[in-house]
Design a protein around this ligand. Structure first.
Ligand code: NAD
Length: 458
């Protein structure tokens, strides 16, 4: 049993925090640990703190909690830091999107080829990336040996930035790879008997290995496409793993896209709502259409409301709301348990491509790959068979370039990089349009610091 201190930054994200708390309570090896909940929104923080304490007490777990609005206090002597904060929240992202749409950029300027996820901003996310670095730089002073588990987006850009600019051990987490479960379940294969690998970047991963009983299992997918794909209908906007978009990407790239990768194809699937409906199904047109995203925002608001009402009503048994006998499916707690207690596990993590885990990608770019974690550290699997040339040339390399451009813009403050990214955007009709949209976004009140940063060079 090893007690540790875990700091959760942005802990007011209730569902996420309670999932972690639940997993911690069920992990004997981490008994006695202290969880430091940190958020700038006191109302959310108080509610999550109250629920976390009550839930742990109901489960009879020996986990202590503290709450603070002070990031540095939370980081002091932490062993693990989980960053899930969204600076400015969804409201500010919507404000930025509205300006983009006003200037002719459907779904906003951050919706870019190979990255259409509606809360994964890369061009206008100065405040968020700055906060990522603030957390990591404060960790260098206050808990230099701690691990940073990066959950907030953009995971690909953020983990690459932190690993390049600080000495902190950073690992990115995402649950997108669970798309493999969905594929296996849909085509009727028991996942535990399937030998699978995924590889790529965060939100850009591909099913590179798929073997059942010693044989290639892709023909099972082909049969499902042949016999059943026509009957497919989404149950929610996020139910896209077996959508026409995924099948079309599979046909072009030769391997199945997994998880959020399906949301991140080229413009072919995203020109407008009608196009999105064709590829991601009716009535939403996928999670990232105006209809699908409105559905998601409503769900988030309902969840926040529910958090407040559960926190206020002490008579509610939380173990009814959050099943006590099941792990949440998030990887964070299992990862910590593996590192601390040598409870070996397989995870899909975002780590620097050191040792060329994916050949052809520089070692200082973060890749998302299966890894084995134990007390000695993180051991990436050999990606076998390797990623195909088609995926490398048509998908991963252009996606990587967009990451590099976004980080160059953020680091140098050279507005012309943002301009040039938009010049390369199929929605752009003139350079005046480009200048106007960037200037108006920089003039939003919450972007004052970003405007100053980008003011140096014209
Ligand atoms: P949210 O706005 O509901 O919650 C984020 C929390 O961050 C809020 O409680 C907010 O008060 C807090 N926050 C804002 N600024 C802060 C600051 N300066 N310091 C501390 N806390 C601060 O957002 P959400 O929908 O929960 O999403 C959070 C992040 O997680 C987003 O970046 C989202 O894209 C990402 N996400 C990641 C995954 C994954 O698997 N990696 C899955 C879902 C969402």
């Amino acid at each position: 049993m090893s007690a540790v201190k875990i700091s959760i930054i942005g802990a007011g994200s209730a569902i996420f925090s309670l999932r972690l708390v639940g997993d911690l309570c069920k992990t004997k090896g981490l008994s006695g640990s202290l969880v430091s909940l940190m958020d700038i929104d006191e109302k959310r923080l108080n509610a999550v703190h109250e629920l976390a304490k009550r839930y742990a007490a109901e489960l009879g777990a020996d986990i202590k909690f503290e709450k603070t609005t002070n990031m540095k206090r939370s980081l002091e002597d932490a062993d693990f830091v989980i960053n899930t904060a969204l600076v400015g929240g969804h409201e500010q992202q919507e404000a930025i999107r509205r300006v983009g749409e006003k200037h002719g950029y459907y779904r906003g300027i951050d919706s870019q080829e190979f990255n259409m996820v509606s809360d994964y901003y890369t061009l206008t996310n100065y405040n968020q990336l700055k906060y990522f670095l603030d957390v990591a730089r404060n960790m260098e002073k206050l808990c230099p040996n701690a691990w940073l588990l990066q959950a907030a987006n953009p995971v690909f850009e953020g983990t690459t930035l932190i690993s390049r600019q600080t000495n902190i051990k950073v690992v990115g987490f995402c649950h997108g790879h669970y798309g493999v479960n969905r594929i296996a379940e849909t085509i009727g294969l028991p996942l535990e008997e399937v030998d699978w690998q995924v590889a790529g970047f965060n939100h850009n991963i591909w099913l590179t290995r798929f073997i059942y009983k010693g044989k290639d299992a892709y023909p099972h997918i082909d049969r499902w496409i042949e016999d059943k794909a026509k009957e497919w209908k989404p149950t929610t906007p996020f139910d896209d793993q077996m959508s026409p978009a995924a099948i079309d990407m599979y046909r072009f790239y030769g391997k199945f896209p997994v998880g959020d990768t399906v949301r991140n194809g080229s413009w072919k699937y995203h020109y407008d709502l009608e196009t999105k409906k064709k590829w991601f199904g009716e009535p939403w047109g996928g999670a990232d259409s105006e209809v699908g995203w409105a559905w998601y925002q409503e769900e988030l608001q309902k969840a926040t409301k529910k958090t407040f009402s559960l926190a206020a009503d002490k008579s509610v048994r939380l173990s009814k709301e959050f099943p006590p006998n099941k792990m949440s499916g998030e990887q964070h707690v299992g990862f910590m348990d593996a590192l601390i207690n040598d409870n070996r596990g397989r995870f899909v993590d975002n780590i620097p491509n050191e040792g060329e885990i994916i050949p052809g990608i520089p070692e200082d770019v973060v890749v998302e790959v299966p890894v084995i974690v134990d007390k000695k550290g993180i051991h990436p699997e050999k990606i076998d068979p390797p990623i195909s040339e088609r995926i490398m040339k048509m998908y991963l390399l252009p996606r990587r370039l967009r990451m590099e451009w976004a980080l160059d813009a953020f680091i140098t403050g050279d507005k012309r990089i943002l301009h040039e990214m938009l010049v390369r955007d199929p929605r752009t009709r003139s350079f005046e349009q480009v200048e106007a949209v960037v200037d108006e976004i920089l003039s939003l009140p919450f972007n004052r610091e970003m405007k100053e940063h980008y003011g140096g060079k014209k």
